[in-house]
Design a binder for this molecule. Sequence first.
Ligand code: RIB
Ligand code: CA
Length: 309
Amino acid sequence: MARAVIIDCDPGTDDAIALWLALASRELDVQAVTVVGGNVPLTRTLPNALAIVALAGRAEVPVYAGAARPLLGRFTEAARVHGADGLAGVALPPGKAAAPGIAADALRTQLRAATQPLTLIGIGPATNLALALATEPALCEKIEEVVLMSGAWGEGNFTPAAEFNAFSDPEALAIVLAAAPRVTLATLDLTGQVLVTPERIARLRAMGSGNCLSAASAILEAVAPSPRFHGKPLHDPCAVAWLLWPELFTTREALVAVECGTGPGQGRTHIDRFGRCSADSMYRPVRLLETLDIETFFARLGERLAYLR
Ligand code: RIB
Ligand code: CA
């Protein structure tokens, strides 16, 4: 039985790879994609998501526009990483129109109607997820798991204190951590281990000639390396890979508190990995993804992307 998932994203170069991985995997039933402003404004992330889904031949998957800005703070983008278009300059054929309605309503409607528990994959600022869960907390009973690419127990990537998704909307992240019954967290400390190299891109390219694999390879080639990671970390696909191949990961139970507001610590995720704190309204329990079998991950990623046309 495929796992029913909804993917909330801000495409975004690594979001694109994550979406293609999910859409190529029979283990997942992608019931909807919801889009948030993040890496680039919503006016770009939405058409990017539509194009990504269409290129995979999955235009039947509804794509909903969501929040263009965080709950409280001002919108910040990461175009310096993803390019002004959000896909490192790799142009995709335009997709179809967005589904009518807004992301938070669609999330609630899908959760309310779900006949089996839903898994939410959050790979952008958590604004849409927070809006959905905060306004109808009872729907959390319909959630099997929330998997987030967010936060860091070490140094951030957007600021010294914070990872980009957490920084972008810390209040939203705090709401989701407080509401969701089971959260799995892929932080920078995991995703920063997953570095794209020219050899790995060459191996990807050699695995097929489909449009998605070619576009993914072109995107990975075009993305600038990060001085923070001494290479090109592949963040968002790690969240999807957890659901596909949990055996590739090691994990640890931890507690997470999010620093909200607009100070130098904005979006800092204080992560207790060693049981020093107690779970309360501030420190919330998560399953922390710690390590990943990287070579196997890249091999399987290529196999899956090669399935797509
Ligand atoms: O910090 C990395 C995260 O922020 C990824 O989700 C990337 O796409 C950006 O949204
Ligand atoms: Ca993202």
